[in-house]
Write a protein that binds this ligand. Structure first.
Ligand code: NDP
Length: 275
């Protein structure tokens, strides 16, 4: 079985560099998908309260027979649950649905700046971490302006910022800010939900290595140190997306993929997305 590399978060916790995302997988299909992903070798699963499939993830974990400490489970607090009390309650609800007694990583899903409640939620996450109820805390879709306010609280610096990242939307300003502050960058929609798989530059690089377009793109992410969480309900693709550890893109190939930046956002813009 593939040995998945880890990155060390700013609090010393090791996080697998490749995980399995379950956005848009219906709850009643999630157990089967996660079971197949665990069989393929994934040990890190990325879900969220708003995905409505934490129960399906939990059923797969329970059925897997894997020791809890072999797994790295992430969930996220949704915008409607920003604020201290609501975030603490949302965490308890996610744990219950997952059938777990701790998470490896808990993220604020979106800053939702108009609600101005993410700082309160952050302090709730710090309380959970201090009580030993979660191993690492972080954020998702945070722009540097949101991170600056959070860091100015003087408490815990987020371990992770999970943001949309793929060749068509690289968000280098965010990645640079993250790196400068010891925050790991985790790429969501690392394949742009498929939108970058037919690009001629991607096809050429894939062909040069005898690999698939998805593998070329995932390799580009890994070589830049990002955590990736590709989603697939197709077992052959689950395996394909993990089989990216035994080839190397050249500097020119990395640059050719860098050149695909086209402000190709697939999701909402965090600057003005409030749920
Ligand atoms: P991805 O970029 O992972 O792309 C998933 C799509 O690509 C699916 O349609 C899948 O098809 C297809 N696909 C997967 N692997 C291959 C392959 N090897 N060859 C061809 N097609 C492939 O999109 P997601 O939006 O799902 O992002 C990944 C994860 O990121 C999510 O599942 C979620 O966990 C997280 N996320 C977080 C967000 C946030 O706000 N924090 C927002 C969005 C996502 P199929 O399944 O049919 O095989």
């Amino acid at each position: 079985m593939t040995s998945i590399p880890t990155i060390t978060l700013n609090n010393g916790v090791a996080m697998p560099q490749i995980g399995f995302g379950v956005f848009q997988v219906p709850n009643d299909e999630t157990e089967q998908a996660v079971t197949a992903a665990l069989a393929a070798g994934y040990r890190s699963i990325d879900t969220a309260a708003v995905y409505g499939n934490e129960e399906g993830v939990g059923r797969a974990i329970a059925a897997s027979g894997l020791a809890r400490e072999e797994l790295f489970i992430t969930s996220k607090v949704w915008i409607a649950d920003l604020g201290r009390e609501a975030t603490l309650a949302a965490y308890a609800d996610s744990l219950a649905k997952l059938g777990l007694d701790y998470l490896d990583l808990y993220l604020i899903h979106w800053p939702a700046p108009a609600t101005d409640a993410y700082l309160e939620s952050w302090q709730a996450l710090e309380e959970l971490a201090a009580a030993g109820r979660v191993r690492a805390i972080g954020v998702s879709n945070f722009l540097p302006e949101h991170l600056e306010r959070l860091i100015a609280l003087g408490g815990t610096v987020p371990a992770v910022n999970q943001v949309e990242t793929h060749p068509a939307l690289q968000q280098r300003d965010i990645a640079t800010f993250n790196a400068a502050n010891g925050i790991a960058t985790e790429a969501w929609s690392p394949l742009a939900q498929g939108a970058v798989l037919t690009d001629p530059a991607v096809l050429a690089i894939a062909a040069a290595h005898g690999r698939t377009p998805a593998q070329a793109i995932l390799r580009w992410h890994l070589q830049q140190g990002r955590v990736i969480i590709p989603k697939s309900v197709t077992p052959s693709r689950m395996a394909e997306n993990l089989d990216v550890l035994d080839f190397e893109l050249s500097a020119d190939e990395l640059a050719a993929l860098d050149a695909l930046e086209r402000d190709g956002r697939t999701g909402p813009n965090p600057a003005d997305f409030n749920g």
